[in-house]
Design a protein around this ligand. Sequence first.
Ligand code: KG4
Ligand code: ZN
Length: 355
Amino acid sequence: MRILAIETSCDETAITIVEASGDTSGATYMVLGDALYSQAHLHAEYGGVFPTLAKREHIKNLPLLLEQALKEAGEGSVDLIAVTAGPGLEPALWTGIEFATEVSKKWGVPAVGINHMEGHIVSALMRGDGTKYEIVGPELPLLALLISGGHTELVLMRDWFEYELIGRTKDDAVGEAFDKVARMLDLPYPGGSKVAALASERRATGASTSFTFPRPMIHDDTCDFSFSGLKTAVMYKLKAMPELTDDTRAEVAHAFEDATRDVLVEKTRRALEASGAETLAVGGGVSANSAIRKGLEELVRDTFPNVTLAYPNKFLTGDNAIMIAAAAHLRHAAGRITQEPLVARGSQSLSAKQR
Ligand code: KG4
Ligand code: ZN
């Protein structure tokens, strides 16, 4: 079946057209047309995503991206339209939903809402090269570590599309903490990947760090997270430094990344132990982080050798419409699409009933 997918939950506008086949036991996706526009550079001067600007840009770019994706995809009618319905910035989500509704009416094709975090889980399972992807049915239960700019959570999927929240952040999301530390280091938004780059360059030199930042909640008895104290500790450390040299910047990035990695790895260890999950799927923008990936790889190799670790390839770590198309296809194939009016739900959770 041919699916048109639309993603506008934050500051990426994305439209994709895929030819999908198979089901949750194994699926294939041919990317026929894919158009993505990142607004990040426009939000940089505000130091974060500015919702009104995001909305205006989505509205402006959606028709252009659709035209581009359709041109790439060539002849052939679409069977289903999938659009991110939440979680995300509500004004931004609405632009995608209104556009999907309009196209759905014009083409006489049904439009369905998809949960953005479900998209990130599915993205971890997709193997491919940007034009063709495959999913090999993962062993269940699957534990998802979802780490993005808005979310940090551990979610257990015992059966497809049945989610149980095992742990979540009590305050900042890990991506948000990376972005805030980036600002403290005078790195432009979105700074997460820039902090990571500084940290890995420094780590590659073999340098150690004498800064010891806290690992909030690492010893507590839950799978919940907290990153706000770590962010504040970085702020105090920087205030105490006479000047912000390149060396200090790199060392702060290194020590901060070590602290986040340790917390993520320890909480994932706890959740794997408690759940007996067979697959660990890591999704969301922060899943691009190589130190965190390495920490999770070591955890699985040393402590859970029977667990399969899955994370997205580099094309799919950030927000994209391909993961939304794949999630819609898997739901459709499993008869799990609910035909309800499309509504943006800014804080839609995975573990609540999918609406
Ligand atoms: O999933 P995503 O693209 O958007 C949301 O759904 O939030 O995640 C974006 C987040 C941002 O906070 C960004 O700074 C962070 O992912 N990020 C990273 C890296 N690449 C992106 N954080 C740490 N290390 C990276 N390499
Ligand atoms: Zn995301």
